[in-house]
Design a protein around this ligand. Sequence first.
Ligand code: HEM
Length: 352
Amino acid sequence: MRVERNIAMNPIPLPIIDLRRAAAVLLLILAAAFLAFPMTEGAAQTVNPTAQSVQEEMLFEELQGPIAGRVSIPNERAGTLIAPENRDWSNMRRGTLFTISMVAIVGALVVLTAFYLIKGPAPIEAGRSGRTILRFNGLERFAHWLTAVTFIVLGITGLNVTFGRRLVLPLIGEDAFGTLSIWMKITHNFIAWPFMLGVLLIFVLWVRDNLPAKEDGPWIRHFGGFFTRGMNIPAWRFNAGQKGIFWAVVIGGAAMSWTGLVLLFPHLAETLGGWQTAQSLHGVIAAIMVAIILAHIYIGSIGMEGAFEAMGSGEVDLNWAKEHHSLWVEEELGRGAARPDTPKGSPATASR
Ligand code: HEM
């Protein structure tokens, strides 16, 4: 396989529309949307604001506690008229989960947009070399895009559960929202399977390169040199930041998979409370993962010159690779006792 080839064959860079201006508008819209939605709207009330009489107020207070009786059918749970823990769970979904998701996702978008406006894309400091090195082979790219595409579909269809009733329903009406939500739910339940396969593949392919290394310490201390122009911290195939993304995807993906399976097959949770815990965890972990992945997508696309090619054609510019993964480049080129500037066609061009 080749390490080097002519720059003329590199993919065309991402289209440049006035991205900064577009990003500024997006930032304003997001900030406005964030402020416009009351976070706890829709959560069940514990005070009755419309009580007309003392009796009504007393009845309302009475209904806050558990109310259970006896039933003569085998299903004993049918004897419970009001179970406060179910209301707590419902409040958690409509209040706390909504707030956490909103803050995590909108917060990440605002921070990334601001970062882009202030700093702009990180350039290849030395400019493009005109030679490329194979970074990810076909199987690795397949595993990445399988996980990425399914994650995005799961994110959109899943967030409809958290946000849809308050953000989408008022825009499209009940009928359309009902149909949309049913299709989203079906899509979500089916796409979960290829996502699990993707996470498993990613784990198997990349776990070896994502184990801790002593070089991770300096990378973390200097935040990868991301805020200091010209500072490149030596790293192997994955730097400490990427290792963080990898483990977030693997551990978060496993947690999402398990809690999702519990939601699909409720008997896996022995009690109703267990099922409710799985549901809450599924929502909270999803929001955190979406926020983390938004940052990853930013760096892998518009945030860093030359990065996308790693998952596009699979080959990155040699200067990009030297600046971000110098130890890995040395190792790769050293495999054939080669030097980085070895001319095209030499034995050193053998790569992964
Ligand atoms: C759709 C937008 C996405 C883009 C443009 C993108 C881009 C990239 C790029 C360029 C790399 C290679 C970085 C390098 O060469 O070092 C990468 C790696 C990776 N991606 Fe993505 N990605 C996207 C979505 C996702 C999603 C949704 C997930 C998982 C849920 C994901 C998980 C990973 C993992 C685990 C790695 C390896 C670790 C790392 O480099 O951070 N990616 N991605």
